[in-house]
Design a protein around this ligand. Sequence first.
Ligand code: PLP
Length: 372
Amino acid sequence: MKTFYRKELLLAPGPTPLHPEVLKAMISPMISHRTQSFQDLYKEIEEYLKELMHTKNQILLIPSSGTGGLQAAVKGCLSMGEKIVVASNGHFADLFSRLAASNGMNVVDVPFPWGQPVDPFVIAASVKEHKDAKALLLIQNETSTGVLSDIKTIVTEIRKVNKEILIFVDAVSSLGGTEFRLDEWGVDVVVSSSQKALMAPPGLCIMSLSDRAWAAAETVTCLDYYFDIKRIRKEANRHMTLTTPAVSIFFALRKSLEIIFNEGMKNCFGHNKALQEMIFELSQSTGVTPLGRLPYASPTVTALVVPEACDPEMIRNELYKKYSIVSGPGLGKIASKTFRIGHMGYVDRNDIQMFFNSLTEIISGPRARRPK
Ligand SMILES: *Cc1c(COP(=O)(O)O)cnc(C)c1O
């Protein structure tokens, strides 16, 4: 077949498919990032994001992937050797733990079973035990297992035992796909990025800090230039970035946020949730099992446990070779029995139906089997 006709169906949990209007927005003529036009663009994105996160805090837009924001949070708010507690229920929590340790932090991992959300009472007990911990990291949506944790309840329990600890939330694969209330929940640092539920291309990190987090940053000598949040804030005060950003991604993100708000935040969240429900229903007859169970199943990504005799990598290869469907690999210690699909960004019911039609055929065939 001519490759010309080959259309990929991108169901990876990031980057996610782009709406045609978002693609179009990126072919705008280039503008300088030191102009009023850029400041207006920044301001518009900031206003949308404030509404999306329900916050009055300033929004930092950093030219980097999401990981850059996590690094900036650690290096900006903490000093070397300080203790940080990580609620660890999946691969992305593990990655963060390594990131913090490699930046000289004293990391305490509090393990939870993979496929389960963070238990608010268990994590609060750990925070109580580690009185000297300066920060806690939570992942709102564990992208490796497809599990959403209840940030509101967790923060409520944490505050009963420690009023001062800085609460960092990684909302990389959840912001835009599910509710986030920064001020009301009392989160100190939130980090997200452009390429997942926000339906824009990769390349832009989104971050917001509470007054408490900024006060902590004031006491820290940041040993970084590019990710120094104090420098970044100075530029953000005039709606600019510290260095030359990927300006095209700003155009794209403004458009995707405009689309989200035209559709209505609630409707977008409902759409993702409905896709998750559809996946659960179609899984039953296909022989795969979603790892994250209700009511904590993620509305934006599902990890599918494959039948014992099958190899998830073989299934993924076949999905791609035969049907041009791009899925995500299993990650960490569950890599050999799971693979993942994203249902965030510009994904609809037909895409999910198409995925399951293809999966049903492949899983019953010989090529899905684990090599003996
Ligand atoms: C994708 C993801 C990251 C990493 O984001 P990058 O933009 O690839 O740096 C971190 N945390 C979670 C929960 C993610 O889903």
